[in-house]
Write a protein that binds this ligand. Structure first.
Ligand SMILES: [Ca+2]
Length: 382
């Protein structure tokens, strides 16, 4: 019984933490973080595979809710692949190379299954937090901090991001590098770029970024592994994030976010710095509330993650911050469900910055709460 429950929990975690989601344009279809990659790879036939229509020549049609997806035996046969090849040839890649790379890419049914299983939309904060804020992840975080103390301190000096936030991100994304994904990045990005119409444009863009990355870094295009959404390494960077934000923090000439903890830590810190982390500022604030709350005070979509209402305006509505904050600062009002209860907080600028890593309030709250727990346990252990 207990075993079953644990398995279910890790499946949920997979759908949740969107690795590198940072980079995920929308949270609902997040990449799996945390082990789930392996789990989904082991899963048997996907619904898509079961629903396949009989073969017609070399193509297969699959009816989905959205549209008919035509599948070919290999990726160079896809009409979109021809355009992809043309565009990459304009950047100097050879047609022969591009065709051979796309021929090498293999569709992964388990990825299509995993990405169409939204987890965040279903989970309450009460359930979500149990997955990420638990004793083992906290104690492993303390150990990771102790082992990388000097590097974390240097990252704080250089980028202004505190150790507990960096540690918590890496803890949520990959359990401190233990579960970084077992799909070939090439397969993941080709599968989603050509066989997942809802997000294909985004993932074909990431496939382009991936080809630029392997060229620049001089690595074998088939060698890199990642999550089912192509997120890689300790902090689960998708290719565009790697190219834009990864840093060579140990200055050995390589930005190695896969095996080098120093580079991984520096890269996460740099990501936060570039996205506007404000050193020393709070992340959330407790509030006192008016008798009535209006529904439109609470955001629903991704655009609503951006704070637009000032602390002063919230105060005018009767939503008073318990922290002493400048009235011109902006905040979102968060409503989190825990069993029968609702919790309210003001999400401040730095809370918003955490959502740049993964576009979800639950994710940001999990990272923040985990960071606080790790910090407390780390201080106690000193
Ligand atoms: Ca390096």
């Amino acid at each position: 019984m207990r075993k079953q429950k644990l398995f279910a929990t890790s499946l949920i975690a997979m759908g949740l933490a969107l690795g590198g989601c940072s980079f995920q344009p929308d949270a609902e279809s997040s990449a799996g973080v945390e082990g789930t990659q392996q789990k989904s790879a082991q899963e048997s036939q996907s619904p898509q595979a079961k629903n396949q229509a009989p073969k017609q020549g070399s193509q297969t049609s699959t009816k989905t809710e959205e549209e008919t997806v035509v599948r070919y035996d290999s990726y160079p046969e896809y009409p979109d692949a021809q355009l992809f090849i043309q565009e990459m040839m304009e950047e100097g890649f050879s047609e022969q190379y591009l065709t051979s790379v796309l021929s090498e890419a293999k569709r992964q049914e388990s990825i299509l299954k995993a990405i169409s299983r939204p987890a965040e939309g279903r989970l309450t904060w009460g359930k979500y937090r149990k997955i990420f804020i638990e004793p083992k992840r906290i104690s492993q975080g303390v150990k990771f901090w102790q082992e990388n103390k000097t590097v974390l301190e240097r990252a704080e000096q250089v980028y202004g991001v505190p150790p507990e936030i960096i540690v918590a991100i890496i803890g949520v994304e990959t359990r401190y590098g233990r579960i970084t994904g077992s799909y070939r990045v090439l397969d993941a990005l080709a599968t989603l770029g050509f066989d997942y119409p809802r997000r294909s444009k985004f993932f074909r863009g990431q496939l382009k970024e991936y080809l630029r990355l392997v060229k620049e870094e001089q690595v074998d295009v088939t060698s890199l592994k990642g999550s089912y959404a192509g997120a890689m390494g300790y902090g689960q960077f998708i290719p565009s994030s790697y190219r834009n934000y990864a840093v060579d923090f140990d200055q050995d000439g390589k930005r190695d976010i896969w095996n080098n903890k120093t580079d991984a830590i520096g890269s996460v810190a740099n990501y936060f710095a570039v996205h506007g982390w404000k050193t020393g500022e709070p992340v959330i604030s407790a509030v006192s509330l008016p008798a009535t709350l209006k529904d439109d005070w609470f955001g629903k979509g991704r655009k609503d993650l951006i704070p637009k209402v000032t602390i002063g305006e919230w105060q005018g509505r009767g939503v008073k911050s318990k922290l002493d904050l400048a009235p011109e600062g902006k905040a979102t009002l968060l409503r989190l469900e825990i069993e029968e209860d609702l919790q309210y907080w003001l999400g401040l600028h730095n809370f918003y910055v955490i959502t740049r890593y993964n576009h979800s309030n639950l994710y940001a709250m999990a990272v923040y709460r985990l960071s606080e727990e790790i910090k407390r346990a780390y201080s106690t252990a000193q």
